[in-house]
Design a protein around this ligand. Structure first.
Ligand SMILES: C[S@@+](CC[C@H](N)C(=O)[O-])C[C@H]1O[C@@H](n2cnc3c(N)ncnc32)[C@H](O)[C@@H]1O
Length: 243
């Protein structure tokens, strides 16, 4: 697999994923907002089926499951070390039949789903990891697997369209990371996160804000709404028309 396609969430990034809480407090904020958004989506509809892309250790999975008691979720991730933690962290939910974890590549898993079977698709900080061509295919598949009226809720890093503003934001983030990891005496872990950031920021991966919203509209979603934005950290909802 080329460096452009590699999933970075192996080794130290997976084993010590918890540090993200310090590096990016908005990741937890957006997980909570995803839960709230799923809870308010057709709250009277009765039991709903959801699909999560890149569930990681289960932070966003837990937010969604705890916010909506009648949600049943299929949560996939292609990093076994992340998924193992999710299985442990959410063992009670799995036992209760509320969540099924699957070790799978996002696009492959989506392609295996039937048309129009899901009420909601959620994701938190996974889609920006994808190369753009792959992301475009994923977005089209999300549209296909949603029921008419279904919703895609994505919390993620959407790069600023103004390159100077985005660079300044990224530089500020990196300076902040140096402070955090120096205090922890963990420059080894910082090295892995910076290598990962370089992948996210590469021309093949970087998910610019307006083009990403346009990618959703081009797939057929309407409306596409921005419900929260703080720096690059953004909550986007995209509805499949109909119903
Ligand atoms: C930053 S983590 C986010 C995890 C979790 N959603 C959260 O809120 O903490 C991104 C996750 O996406 C997963 N991922 C990245 N590329 C993937 C792909 N192509 N297919 C499936 N999962 C992928 C990674 O393994 C990782 O667990």
């Amino acid at each position: 697999m080329s460096a452009l396609q590699e999933n970075p969430f192996t080794g130290p990034l997976a084993a010590e994923y918890d540090v993200l809480r310090l590096m990016c407090p908005n990741a937890a904020t957006l997980a909570k907002k995803i839960g709230e958004r799923v809870a308010e989506w057709r709250s009277e509809a009765g039991p709903i089926d959801g699909f999560e892309i890149g569930c990681g250790t289960g932070i966003s999975t837990l937010a969604a499951l705890s916010a909506r008691g009648d949600l049943k979720l299929t949560a996939i991730d292609s990093a076994g070390e992340m998924l193992d933690q999710a299985r442990t962290n959410l063992a009670d939910y799995a036992l209760a039949g509320r969540v099924k974890f699957i070790d799978a590549d996002a696009l492959t898993a989506l392609r295996a789903l039937p048309d129009a079977g899901m009420d909601v698709v959620i994701s938190n900080y996974a889609v920006h990891n994808f190369p753009d061509g792959y992301r475009k295919s994923v977005v089209c598949e999300i549209f296909r697997v949603l029921k008419p009226g279904g919703i895609f809720v994505n919390g993620d890093r959407y790069a600023m369209d103004d390159p100077a503003a985005h660079l300044a934001d990224t530089q500020a983030v990196v300076r902040d990371w140096f402070k955090i990891f120096t205090k922890m005496n963990r420059l080894d872990l910082l090295e892995d996160w910076i290598v990962h950031l370089l992948s996210d920021e590469s021309p093949q991966h970087i998910m610019y804000f307006e083009p990403a919203l346009e990618q959703l509209r081009a797939a057929g979603f309407a409306p596409v709404a921005v419900e929260f934005r703080d720096g690059v950290d953004t909550l986007v909802t995209a509805t499949k028309p109909g119903a």
